[in-house]
Design a protein around this ligand. Structure first.
Ligand code: 6PG
Length: 502
């Protein structure tokens, strides 16, 4: 019997995606350059299904094509970068045909995806589907962001609908069942056609930018409790568990609590205290920040989250600076009411989170306008309700906001979110003041607040800035009292200019 789907790349994500596909009734022809990985996937298939045979290992691209049903459907789960083109070239050499589909599920840069779709046109359909959800998501239901050729999508759609995470339409919450061989079939699948070539990878990139901001905000709340309130990791873990019962309910809060509650088996101390404070990154947060700068759609909290990771890697500098640079004198009254400080941190996290999502969604909106993608933000928020790393009850509220108003310019203007920030902003400001007066860095919290305060500001000091630019560079300015678009220039420094000063 021929296989339904070819699968290339059996790393952690790839292996779990093949098992997920197998649970949903697809027979897989699998290939990896490391033969051991093929053996491992087949062994796990056998262990889980009893008989095995749902995943068939192949020793070459040619063999993979030969045991696949036509037209071929091939999924790649390989690292982003040149290797994607290498594999595509090998498939062409092995005889892939124009009607075949190759799906890139890696974290590829969206412009590479656009280039590839054009490059392979006529040789095969290059289709992209960004995947979020980590190992567990891949195994039992990720969130999938497909984009590219519409015809290719009609062939891919049933497969992705089957393996995606599912949401209960009545509650807006994930239907979770982590049982091999018993996939969730009911509910709304967390996948939707995102748009033309590259749009899916762009949307996934912004998902990751938001993920960076979300994570950094949680880390700042932790830092302030740990350093400012001298709380233990387990105490903070328990606070996060409480927060996970309310408006902050999310996968990232849940796992942060678990990380904080973990005790190192070797030293019997909290594991988080042993983990070196140098953050890694693979690039998607950086790409989001760069894109926001290029498009001119401010995403300062996302960019700050990337900077915070960079700053963390300057460990040597920080260690020597810590004994040379002084912080403020701390007024003990600041933290006299510990419960109130914790509550203010909760509210600061919530308001900042709303701003980070507002930045990410507005960025996608501007990119959508620029590239003519017609992104549907209610649907994007919907498929992020389950399966992905930023999954949270909160995403239902964003879905509601865009369903209420498709033309919404910024989430901050949605009546629900506007009211939420209004309710919690006083504590948000208090948390930032407390942290700042104690000298504890809170860049993500404070850039979020600066974003909010700037966005709601009718008049910004850019009038003075335009004056400065015109002064030294004759860059001109517009006048409020004259026709919009008309440019004015003043000979600011001309020696014989009549001086009219206030
Ligand atoms: C996801 C994750 C996933 C991956 C990130 C992490 O949505 O499943 O975002 O894509 O874990 O690439 O990236 P960093 O290494 O940059 O934190």
């Amino acid at each position: 019997v021929l296989c339904d789907i070819g699968f290339i790349g059996l790393g952690v994500m790839g292996k779990n995606l093949t098992l997920n596909l197998a649970d949903n009734g697809y027979k897989i022809a699998a290939f990896d350059l490391e033969h051991q990985k093929i053996e491992d996937a087949m062994a796990q298939d056998k262990a889980e299904s009893g008989s095995g045979g749902r995943i068939i290992g192949c020793s070459s691209y040619t063999e993979l094509l030969s045991i696949l049903k036509e037209p071929h459907l091939i999924i790649l789960s390989i690292p982003a970068g040149d290797i994607v083109d290498d594999v595509c070239h090998k498939l062409v050499d092995a005889g892939i045909k124009a009607d075949d589909i190759v799906i890139d599920t890696g974290n590829s840069l969206w412009t590479d995806t656009v280039r590839r779709e054009k490059k392979y046109l006529g040789k095969f359909y290059f289709f992209s589907t960004a995947v979020s959800g980590g190992e567990i998501g891949a195994r039992f239901g990720p969130s999938l962001m497909p984009s590219g050729d519409r015809y290719a999508w009609t062939r891919v759609e049933p497969v992705f609908q089957a393996i995606a995470a599912k949401v209960d339409p009545n509650t807006g919450k994930a239907i979770e069942r982590f049982e091999p061989g018993n996939p969730v079939k009911e509910g709304e699948p967390c996948t939707t056609y995102i748009g033309p070539s590259g749009a899916g990878h762009y949307v996934k990139m912004v998902h990751n930018g938001i993920e960076y901001a979300d994570m950094q905000l949680i880390c700042e709340a932790y830092h302030i409790m740990r350093e400012g309130l001298s709380m233990s990791p387990s105490e903070i873990g328990k606070i996060f568990q409480q927060w996970n019962q309310g408006v902050l309910e999310s996968y990232l809060i849940e796992i942060s609590a678990e990380v904080l509650l973990e005790v190192d088996s070797e030293t019997k101390t909290p594991l988080v205290d042993i983990i070196l404070d140098k953050a890694g990154q693979k690039g998607t947060g950086l790409w989001t920040a760069v894109s926001s700068l290029e498009i001119g759609s401010p995403a300062p909290t996302i960019a700050q989250a990337v900077y915070a990771r960079s700053l963390s890697t300057l460990k040597g500098d920080r260690v020597s600076a810590s004994s040379q640079l002084k912080g403020p004198e701390i007024d003990p009254h600041l933290i006299a009411d510990k419960t109130a400080v914790i509550e203010s941190l909760h509210d600061a996290l919530y308001c900042s989170k709303i701003c980070a999502y507002a930045q990410g969604f507005q960025l996608m909106q501007m990119a959508s306008d620029e590239h003519d993608w017609s992104l549907d933000f209610a649907s994007i928020a919907k498929i992020w309700r389950a399966g992905c790393i930023i999954r949270a009850a909160f995403l239902q509220k964003i879905t509601d906001a865009y369903q209420l108003n498709e033309e919404l310019h910024n989430l901050l203007l949605d009546p629900f979110f506007a009211e939420q920030i209004n309710t919690y902003q006083s504590n948000w400001r208090k948390a930032i003041s407390t942290a700042t007066l104690m000298g504890i860095p809170n860049g993500a919290f404070s850039t979020a607040l600066a974003y909010y305060d700037s966005y709601r500001c009718e008049t910004l000091p850019a009038n003075l800035l335009q004056g400065q630019r015109d002064y030294f560079g004759a860059h001109t300015f517009e006048r409020k009292d004259k026709t919009a678009g008309k440019k004015y220039h003043v000979e600011w420094a001309k020696p014989d200019r009549p001086i009219v000063k206030a």
